[in-house]
Design a protein around this ligand. Structure first.
Ligand code: FAD
Length: 431
């Protein structure tokens, strides 16, 4: 009989892990407390697909991920869902700012051959006339007099990544993967909460359920999103982890574009100068989220089970007014519209894709607001890692290198180890 894996969580990453694990010959059961796939933090995702990460493995994984989205129908075969999540291409800009993200990103782009244009502010204005190239930063709180101050000058320029974009419907993407996993033989139990991890000595033996039931398993994978740290506590693996994860409240707003020409000639920006990211959203809208500038307080959630999502008026004003500095003419509506949700943020904003100190218990967590795009390839890497470790590989001592199927890039899974030194990698939501 095939060995049995239980995946905790049917978000986009959990479904991807399940769909790839089953291809390695395991029997797979996915357990989720919610009623359907992608109902957790996945449903709130801005779903931006970009490649600007601070680590080589992060860049390689995200560029590989692009190819999975571009070939989505093939990725899902033999399933043929009626509706498919779509990749919608828009260029993404990183500003040239002192000590900004691009300094760590571009060497990886150059090494891997990822395309970008190096443009002056004037060249950016030619391409995107609605985009102010003024220098406003560093970001300050809304009640700081400098919030509305005149710009201090003009930005030097920016780097445009032409191949980036976003996924039209993140929950549908998870549901597509759910359908694919079922077509490949995986089982899903919804409305089913895991409340315990069972073990025998140093090895996991299954999960305990809130309804009093239990499922035996040779392998358990924690993909519980913002609840992942609670599951890790249940498994007793936290003390062995150099990197911890915590739930963080986040908000994303949808505002009308007004007369801006974003539908046809739009861009996406991770704007470290004003402190927001934004992208066009279908229906003549703009999606605005926080780039988590240092001046903004982060709202950590101690108990994700007690979390009540709601939009905050001050936060809405702050983020939309910041976006309006960059997009001259952006209407700032009176009524706020958007979503509130939790990220599962790690200490250094990099995910943990790893084994744990409990044999057979694996971690795909800490996705830190930036791993939607990587979900399909993360599922592939997790399946490869689990296969290797279960076959005797000392992944902690000799980290697995995964060869990405579309690009052929090498992905160093040691980058995502729970044992890494977070001080060496720490950045922000951009990873
Ligand atoms: C506001 C926001 C914006 C984002 N924007 C982007 C972006 O632009 N680009 C990008 O790449 N990424 C982005 N992300 C991040 C991305 O969406 C997440 O990394 C990804 O969706 C996480 O998927 P997941 O499957 O790990 O977790 P989730 O979707 O949270 O799924 C976890 C599942 O585990 C289940 N669960 C939890 N505890 C239990 C339990 N005890 N028993 C059973 N089931 C349990 C939950 O019910 C849930 O369904 C964003 C995230 C948010 C919140």
């Amino acid at each position: 009989m095939a060995r049995h894996a239980v995946v905790i969580g049917a978000g986009v990453i959990g479904c991807a892990v399940a769909n790839e694990l089953i291809k390695t010959g395991l029997a797979v059961t996915v357990v989720d407390a919610l009623p359907a796939a992608g109902y957790g933090s996945t449903s709130a995702s801005s779903a931006i697909v970009r490649f600007s990460y601070s680590t080589r493995a992060g860049v390689a994984m995200s560029y590989e991920g692009l190819h999975w989205w571009r070939n989505w129908a093939d990725v899902l075969a033999p399933a043929r869902p009626d509706q498919l999540a779509e990749f919608i291409q828009y260029p993404m800009i990183m500003w040239k700012l002192p000590n900004a993200q691009y300094e760590r990103v571009l060497p990886h782009f150059d090494a891997l051959g990822i395309a970008y244009d190096d443009l002056t502010a004037a060249e950016l204005t030619d391409r995107y006339p609605y985009l102010a190239t003024d220098s406003f930063g560093p970001p300050v709180p809304l009640d700081d007099a400098r919030f509305f101050a005149d710009p201090s000058g003009t930005l030097e320029g920016g780097f445009v990544m032409p191949e980036s974009g976003y996924i039209s419907d993140p929950m549908l993407a998870a549901q597509n993967l759910h359908e694919a996993a079922v077509a490949n033989g995986a089982s899903f139990l919804f409305n089913t909460r895991v409340v315990g991890i069972s073990r025998s000595g140093h090895r996991v033996t299954g999960v305990e359920l809130a309804d009093g039931g239990a499922i035996d398993a040779d392998i358990v994978v924690n993909v519980a999103g913002p609840h992942a740290s609670k599951i890790n506590e249940l498994a007793g693996v936290v003390d062995d982890m150099n990197v911890q994860t915590r739930a963080l409240h986040r908000e994303v707003y949808i505002v009308p574009q007004g007369d801006l020409d974003l539908e046809a000639n739009g861009v996406m920006i991770g704007d470290e100068d004003v402190g927001v990211y934004f992208r066009p959203e279908r229906g003549g809208n703009l999606l605005v989220g926080s780039a988590e500038p240092e001046c903004d307080e982060l709202l950590w959630i101690d108990d994700p089970d007690a979390y009540e999502p709601s939009l905050d008026e001050d936060e809405f004003q702050r983020q939309v007014l910041r976006a309006a500095r960059r997009l001259d003419g952006l209407p700032v509506p009176r009524a706020k519209r958007g979503v509130a949700a939790m990220y599962d943020a790690s200490d250094d904003w990099l995910p943990i894709y790893d084994r744990s100190s409990l044999d057979g218990f694996y971690l795909a967590c800490g996705s830190s607001g930036n791993q939607f795009k990587n979900a399909p390839i993360a599922g592939y890497c997790m399946a490869a890692l689990i296969d290797a470790v279960e076959s005797g590989r000392d992944h902690d001592g000799d980290p697995l290198q995964v060869t990405a199927p579309f690009t052929g890039f090498g992905i160093d899974m040691g980058t995502f180890s729970r044992l890494r030194n977070p001080a060496a990698t720490s950045m922000n939501v951009f990873g």
